[in-house]
Design a protein around this ligand. Structure first.
Ligand code: SF4
Ligand code: SF4
Length: 106
């Protein structure tokens, strides 16, 4: 379990369990509002090329528009460091939860 003493070294899976594990799917979706200002997707060439309007794909999962990889800015997003995200192209590959070692119910 990740806590304030080991947060820097904790994995995404440990942090997810601590922060979001007990949340309903609806509450998890609402958490998007708290991080949307951090999200870099609005400046991303992959998203711009396909006319997508959603953001925060690391939580929401794949976008609805088909798209080609034209670059991903997630590595420069502070949420990547804060949550120990270790993937990219969430808009094409799915959410961090889906890409992680966690099962959907965890
Ligand atoms: S990690 Fe990527 S998808 Fe998630 S908030 Fe940051 S820029 Fe957006
Ligand atoms: S997840 Fe990555 S590739 Fe997709 S829109 Fe966001 S920054 Fe761009």
């Amino acid at each position: 379990m990740a806590d304030i003493e080991n947060w820097g070294d904790a994995t995404f899976e440990e942090k997810y369990r601590s922060l979001m594990g007990g949340m309903t799917p609806e509450a998890q979706k609402r958490s998007v509002e708290n991080v949307v200002h951090l999200c870099q997707c609005s400046k991303c060439p992959t998203r711009a090329a396909c006319g997508e309007e959603d953001l925060v794909f690391c939580i929401l999962g794949k976008m609805s528009h088909p798209a080609e990889q034209k670059g991903c800015l997630c590595s420069s997003c502070s949420l990547t460091k804060t949550m120990s995200l270790r993937w990219d192209y969430y808009c094409l590959r799915g959410s961090a939860l889906e890409l992680s070692d966690l099962k959907p119910s965890e």
